[in-house]
Design a binder for this molecule. Structure first.
Ligand SMILES: Nc1nc2c(ncn2[C@@H]2O[C@H](COP(=O)(O)OP(=O)(O)O)[C@@H](O)[C@H]2O)c(=O)[nH]1
Ligand SMILES: [Mg+2]
Length: 269
């Protein structure tokens, strides 16, 4: 696996006119990166925050997030890339935000936010590999450009933002789930959040009516017949990996409500 680095990310941002910062609609504030935003700004590029996976939250919620970020001065769109929803508005916004033509777009974001899915959705039927771009002599780069519309080009390589943020995000997004040495701790934290933000989420995902995260992991393992050969104890590590994967894929379903961000932001009197 190639490790994400700020150098590679900067290399991609430099080659773009417009940078998409892909965040997760279930928790946009923990999946955005101020450091990327500052970099885009200081390199004099345009930024669009793309709230992806909006199919996993009610429309009113994603609308609120959009308003919060728009009020802070950002260009914001939301989409459900897996269903190819929102690509038209995204294309339109890219053109609106860009001050040049042709426009080169880069797709950036934390791992698992849906960058590759967005790249594929944007390619769609246009899917014509091209490089260099007409009208830009001397454009030498190894990044493949895709034509995704009239005078609109996309850098084929996603810009992976090195994970920082809270430990939960950095653990569940930092490595492929299979490679996590201790998947239990982050899975327990995810289950706690799931039960807090959507009390029926665990029951909906696993048919398990239980509130203790460790118990839940045991029951998931037992349901699937996953036991240690040595002593027959439930293999909760495997269950924990399932939970993390199910969160990424939206099967374990919960989201952080915008109200929480607004109220914690307000100064108490
Ligand atoms: N529900 C939902 N899942 C999505 C969406 N976009 C991507 N995903 C899923 O999120 C996971 C990570 O997507 P991927 O494009 O590989 O993310 P990347 O690591 O940023 O490139 C995959 O399981 C996708 O199927 C979306 O709009 N809605
Ligand atoms: Mg990817």
């Amino acid at each position: 696996m190639i490790l994400a680095s700020w150098r590679v990310l900067a290399w991609i941002v430099r080659r773009a006119d417009v940078v998409l910062e892909v965040v997760d609609a279930r928790d946009p504030m923990s999946t955005r990166s101020r450091r990327l935003e500052r970099m885009v700004n200081s390199l004099d590029k345009k930024l669009i925050i793309v709230i992806n996976k909006s199919d996993l939250v009610p429309r009113s919620v994603v609308e609120k997030w959009k308003r919060i970020l728009t009020d802070q001065g950002y260009n914001v769109v939301y989409m459900a890339a897996r269903d190819h929803k929102g690509t038209r508005v995204l294309r339109k916004t890219i053109r609106m935000v860009a001050e040049t033509s042709p426009v080169i777009v880069a797709v950036t974001g934390f791992p698992k936010t849906g960058k590759s899915t967005i790249i594929n959705a944007l390619k769609g039927r246009h899917s014509a590999s091209t490089s260099p771009i007409p009208g830009s002599p001397g454009y030498t780069t190894h990044a493949q450009l895709y034509r995704i519309g009239e005078n609109l080009y996309m850098i084929d390589t996603p810009g992976v933002i090195p994970v920082e943020g809270g430990w939960l995000e950095s653990v569940i997004r930092g490595k492929p789930t299979e490679q996590l040495k201790d998947p239990v701790r982050p899975a327990v934290e995810l289950l706690k959040r799931a039960l807090k933000y959507n009390p029926s989420s665990v029951k909906d995902a696993y048919g398990i009516d239980e509130k203790d995260p460790y118990k839940i992991l045991e029951l998931i393992a037992l349901k699937r017949g996953w036991r240690y050969k040595s002593d027959g104890e439930p293999l909760i590590e495997e269950a924990a990996r399932v939970v993390i994967r199910d969160y990424h894929e939206g099967k374990l379903l919960f989201y952080v409500p915008p109200e929480e961000y607004i109220t914690t932001r307000r100064k108490p009197r």
